[in-house]
Structure formats: C-alpha cells, structure tokens
Design a protein around this ligand. Structure first.
Ligand code: ADP
Ligand code: MG
Length: 706
C-alpha cells in the first residue's frame, strides 16, 4: 500500500516493553492506570490486546473554505511550506496546506519525525478538530492525523480512514484509549514477538502477531481486520489450552495422595445405606472414582449428568469410602440453602451410623462455630459441608482426603486448583455439575479434569411435559393449576425479576406473589422466595414449601440448582424467552423428581419466531446435552452457562460462538506442543513460555513452567 498511515503524534516515551505497567506509559499515571485496571488492562501487553469492537469511518474531505470551527474534519491538499521549530518540550512542526479554495495550517507538537514525512509539494490528507491559531488568524489543525500520498498513487477515496472504537468506561474514553495505544504501538516496533512458527502461520494464511495487532488497532482497510482478529483469538486460545492441559499433565508431579482403598466390606456397608440399587451410569461412575481414589495421583474428576440423574448418591459413595479409610471429606455447595439441603439428605442416609456429618455456614453463633472448628481440626468430624468459604478460612482439617464441589460451574480453573489443596498437600477432588456441557466447551472449562458422564436416570422417572403458553391461554392455565394444588400437588412459579424494574417491562416475583395470592390462588398458601431475602427468611420459605405448608412457591431463579422437593410437579416460568435453554432445563429439573406426572408451562408473549423456535426445543427434548448443544448454537457459551459467574475462562478476543474451530485447533496444537516439549524448554517455545507466564501468573504455581 502506497499510502503510509501515520497516526496522531505523541511525545516520545521512555523505553517500554510488553511488561511495562500501564502506569508508566507516558500520559497515563496512577489515576488513569487504575481506570485501565478496571477494564482488565495492567500492562502494555494487556493494552495491545484491548481490541476495538467497531470502527468509525472518518469524515469525508471538504474544501478548505468550507471548514467549520470545532468540527472534526478532513481536508486533502498540497503542502506549500513546512517549518520545524526545534525544542525538546515545545518543539513543533507546522505545515501550510492549500487546495484551491483556501489555506489551512497543520501543527504537530513534540513530533520532530513529522518533518521527515511532510514535505513541501506533497499531497496530504489531514483529519482533526478545526481550531484557530493562537492569534486567531488561521484555521488550524492541532496534532491532526495525516496520510501522505505519493504522486503516482493518488488517494483512492475516503473509505480507508478508520477510527477504532474501544470498550470504554465513564472516565476512560475510547479516544483516550486509542491515544495510549497509538503511542505504545509507535514505541513497540518489532517488539511484539510471535509465538507461532512462520511455517504454521503461512499454512493458515495468518499475519504475524505484530502485524495483526497493528491491523486491528490501525487498519488501513477493514477487509484485513477479521483475519487479524482470528489470529489474535487463536493466540489467546492456544495459551489457555496450554495452561489448562499443563495443569492436568502436571498432576503427576503433585504430591501424591495417600491411597484410599475400597474393600468389598466397605462396598457392602455403603450399599446397605442406599435405599435403591444404583443405575448402570452410577455404577460405572462409582467404579471409576474408586479406581481414582486408590491411586497416589490426586483425583481430578468431573462427574456430570443431567439434573436428577443421581450424582449425589455417587458422591455419597465416594465420601463414605474416604471416611472408611479414616479420611475427612469436605463438600462445597454453591449456596447455603444447598449446603443445608445436602446436610439434611446425607444425615438421613447416614441415620444411626457413626459417621459425623456437620454443616458449617455463616450465621452460626461464635461459640458453636469455634467448637465445630476445633472438632474438625481434631479429626472428630468426618464430613464437613458448607460453601466454599469452608476451605479458605480458618478451618484446619486433621486429615482431609476428599473435596467434593457441587454444581460447580461457578468456579474457574485456578480457583478450583486451590480448593483441591489442604495445608499445602493435594487431596482428591471430585466436581459435580448438572449443567451438561458440550464436549467442545468442556475442554475449555474443565480441560484440567477427567470427565465422567452419567447418561441414564433412576427408574420410574416421568418426563416433564412441557408446554408453551400464550396470553389467551393464561387464565385457563391458572385455573387448572389451582385445581391441582387443591388436590395436593405443589407448584413453582418463576419470574425473572425480584421487584419492579425501571428498565424492563417484565413481571416480577414480589408483585405477582401479591396478585396470585389474592387472585388465582386465593385461599391457597403461597410462599415467596428470592435472592434479596436474608438466608434465614429464604430457608424458612424453602422449608415451608418442602414440608407442604405452602402449596405454591413464587420464586426467582434462586431455586435453579439442587433444590429437591419430590412432591412439586408443576412449574410455571414467566417470560421464558428471557432465559437460556439450559437454564430453563435446569429449572425444569426441579419438578418430575417424584413419580407424579409433571408439567412445565413456559409463558411467553414474545412474537419473535426465533424466541419461539428456541423454546419449542424444550417442549420436544428432555435431554440436557442435546439442549445444551442447541443453546450453544443459538446463543453462545456465555449465555449457555448463565450470565453470571459461569466459570468459563474469560476470553478477551476469542468468541466461542464463532471461534469454536479455532478452539479445536488450539487444543490440538497445545497437545502436540506439550507432547514434544512438556516443559516448554525448547528455544522455539521461548516466546510461548514468556506469554504464558505473563498471562497465567496466578496459575503458575500449578503450571509448573520452568
Ligand atoms: P442429581 O444430584 O444428579 O441432580 P440426585 O442425586 O439429587 O440427583 O437424585 C435425584 C433423586 O433421585 C433423589 O431423590 C434420589 O434419591 C433419587 N435417586 C438417585 N439415584 C437413584 C437410583 N439409583 N434409584 C432410584 N432413585 C434414585
Ligand atoms: Mg444435585
């Protein structure tokens, strides 16, 4: 390309490299550095990966006599004279430009190199805000962006001016981000190394990393941007795949765990505690886990299976094997409600046994808590259940052998790795997830774990019939539900919001609770539960519903995971189109847990064919994996696992909706790299290793990169 693209000039910076903290980039300083930190940018390396999300084309050129003061404008003209005023601090370069309609002045401060580009007689295009010179005589551009055009290749048009627009926050504007990036890129020439060998790059038709970085920030044509972005997305995915696979491979290097053996006698005693025979899927999982426990290599296993497939029974089995070997077990639940529920269930299974199961949650009296903690450290408690605060705080275990994390898609790789440690020793770890995760995603979320899947369900399960209910059927629906409640069934009624929202025109649990209790469900006991209640209130409501005191429970999605009330056989989900399919499936899994025929009513007034098509998938399928695949296809992975804390690695560049093929490629490449060079010690992998260390500093104790 003949037109060399130069961007707004900036004063020279001291030596910077990729590791330079953003604070020390000239013009940033501590205050703006803290703002950059808010968008995840701490170093120069982070900054150049902060990509624009769109581009604006700069204004078309106008004749000089039509420039309007204060407008951002572009003119094209001939440079008639250039004067450079030297000076370290206030030096400037001044150029006069004419186009036949008038004269305008362009001035660049502290940018001596401009004089090397801008020469009398050349054709120039400048873009900037139109000001007047200090004496008020000329129209002037201060520090405009400019492009010089050679005579034999005139400008092709205005279309090749692109202004990157960055994700910004209130105090950190896209413009100021652009300015910092421009300044940094000017100083990083040839200092953005490439982790990928030339040959592979050429095979894929990819630009060098350095070229790709420049291209996304300062494109001369938008056609190159997608491939540059994909190149950078690949780098990001490759690094995360190496990190994740390395965590897994380095498992053998972790301190060995004392073997936990399951003898026929132990097996017999455990089975005697279960009120049912295990399903084939449960049997297979139990066998795998027993095998893991017996090995000195720490177990790192994900047990996944659709809601209600009986993962808890498998976990119970594993825990009892550990306890029979004289080891302690910690079970971590995502919420206190679930921790309590697990405790209740497990205590019922273990009724009359010598196994001591205790719940440790906030809201205990200080003295009770102190005593419990002492008992735990004395080894007198066999099985401790709580939220993950349990193993991070002052709790010391005498002999922790197994950590079980329930419904854990809320934790990331690093967090998880930390949880499977106790007093510096590694322990066996079992993760249970009821969100079925398509294989492609499992390797990004759980690539550090071995995966076991339960595909069958306990016998006698009735599929949950699922209906799409439109506005004109609503009254009939409430009427029918009312009759069933009176006849002894129970229902969940789910809303997307707790209370009224200014922004969204949606029904909310609080208002609808009043309406239902005094309208369709008048005379029936109705409960209300949501995340803004105190834990005590929530527990009371949950218990009332479980004990059948309330027949209908108006709720938000707080009941999404784990809640088990077998008598509940009806569910209404309002504004169903607002939820992800997997989330709806998860919610639906709260019913159909007994032997009664269950019905789930998806309420929507949406006329969008897309929304209706999505919801109809649920009316047709009961298979969580199939639904998850569809959800992934339709909405992407962030949505699939729920907006909040889905535990997916946060990719800044890669978008798994569109980049799944890159992920696959990155995974295979990572495997190959680690196969040939497990410690990344080879000089060819030096750059990769540096990037990895930079990016996964928090994982590094685990990612044992030499
Ligand atoms: P998950 O944790 O996978 O959602 P649970 O372990 O809570 O599922 O089991 C759901 C219900 O199925 C529970 O009420 C449990 O008692 C019952 N259940 C589990 N396994 C079996 C089995 N093999 N046979 C019969 N019922 C079972
Ligand atoms: Mg469960």
């Amino acid at each position: 390309m003949a037109c060399q693209h130069l961007w707004e000039a900036k004063p020279s910076l001291a030596n910077i490299d990729l590791d330079t903290p953003i604070q020390f980039v000239k013009g940033v300083g501590p205050f703006r550095a803290s703002k950059f930190a808010d968008v995840g940018v701490k170093t120069v390396a982070d900054l150049i990966e902060h990509l624009p999300f769109r581009y604006e084309t700069l204004p078309e050129s106008v004749p000089i006599d039509q420039l309007i003061l204060n407008d951002i404008s572009t003119v094209i003209g001939q440079v008639t004279s250039v004067r450079a005023k030297p000076g370290r601090r206030r030096g400037s370069v001044m150029a006069d430009i004419v186009d036949g309609t008038g004269r305008v002045r362009a001035r660049w401060f502290n940018a001596p190199y401009v004089a090397e580009q801008v020469r009398p007689g050349c054709t120039i295009r400048v873009t900037g805000r139109v000001e007047t010179d200090p004496d008020g005589r000329y129209a002037q551009f201060a520090n405009p962006r400019f492009t010089i055009c050679s005579e034999d290749e005139p400008f092709t048009g205005d279309a090749d001016y692109f202004e990157p627009v960055y994700p910004a926050t209130g105090t950190l504007t896209s413009k100021s981000i652009a300015k910092t990036i421009t300044a940094v890129l000017a100083r990083l020439t040839n200092r953005i190394p490439d982790p990928i060998p030339d040959q592979q790059r050429q095979q894929n038709g990819w630009p060098a990393r350095q070229t790709a970085i420049r291209c996304v920030h300062q494109p001369t044509t938008l056609t190159d941007v997608p491939i540059a972005r994909r190149r950078l997305a690949y780098d990001e995915l490759l690094l995360s795949q190496i990190a994740i696979q390395k965590v897994r491979r380095d498992r053998d290097a972790l301190p060995a765990t004392a073997p936990i053996q399951c003898t026929p006698k132990i097996d017999e005693r455990i089975r005697a505690r279960l009120p049912f025979d295990l399903t084939p899927g449960q049997e297979k999982s139990v066998a795998t886990i027993v095998n893991d426990l017996a090995k000195p290599t720490p177990m790192r296993r994900l047990l996944q299976g659709d809601v209600g497939c009986g993962k808890t029974a498998v976990a119970l089995y594993a825990a009892l094997v550990a306890v029979a070997n004289g080891r302690q077990v910690a079970l971590l639940a995502p919420t206190e409600i679930l921790a309590e529920q697990h405790t209740g269930k497990i205590k019922r299974y273990l009724h009359d046994s010598r196994v001591r199961v205790e719940l440790l949650v906030g809201g205990m009296t200080a003295s009770k808590r102190t005593k419990l903690i002492n008992d735990i450290s004395a080894g007198e408690v066999n099985w401790i259940i709580g939220t993950h605060a349990l193993i991070q705080k002052d709790v010391r275990f005498a002999n922790l052998g197994l950590v079980i994390i329930d419904e854990q898609h809320r934790f990331g790789v690093a967090q998880r790795a930390a949880m499977f440690q106790s007093a510096g020793k590694s322990v066996d770890g079992l993760v249970m997830s009821a969100t079925p995760i398509p294989r492609t995603l499992a390797m990004t979320c759980f690539g550090d774990l071995d995966i076991t899947t339960i595909r069958d369900a306990p016998p006698g399960r009735q599929p949950v019939r699922t209906w799409l209910i439109e506005h004109d059927m609503e009254d009939r629906m409430w009427h029918a539900i009312r009759q069933r409640l009176v006849a002894g069934e129970q229902a969940y009624i789910i809303y997307p919001l707790v209370t009224e929202s200014e922004h969204l025109d949606l029904k909310n649990a609080t208002t609808e609770y009043e309406r239902l209790a005094s309208g369709p469900f008048a005379g029936i006991d109705v409960g209300l539960i949501h995340g803004r209640q105190s834990t005590a209130d929530r527990d009371r409501e949950m218990n009332r519903f479980r004990d059948g005191e309330t027949r209908a429970l108006v709720s938000t999605t707080v009941i999404e995971v784990g809640v088990d009330v077998p008598n509940a056989s009806i569910m209404v989900i309002e504004h169903a189109e607002r939820f992800g399919l997997s989330q709806l499936h998860q919610l639906r899994g709260r019913i159909g847990r007994g032997t009664r025929k269950s019905d789930c009513f998806l309420r929507t007034d949406s006329h969008s064919p897309r929304a209706r098509e999505r919801l109809s998938i649920l009316t047709r399928s009961q298979n969580g994996f199939e639904i998850a695949e569809q959800d992934l296809r339709l909405r992407g992975p962030g949505e699939l696992l729920g907006k909040r804390q889905h535990g997916l690695p946060e990719f800044k560049i890669a978008d798994l909706t569109t980049d799944l093929d890159l992920l696959q490629m990155a995974r295979d490449d990572a495997t190959q790299i680690l196969d040939t060079d497990p410690q990344l010690a080879h000089t060819d992998h030096r750059i990769l290793r540096n990037m990895l260390t930079r990016k996964f500093a928090d994982l590094m104790p685990m990612v044992n990169v030499a």
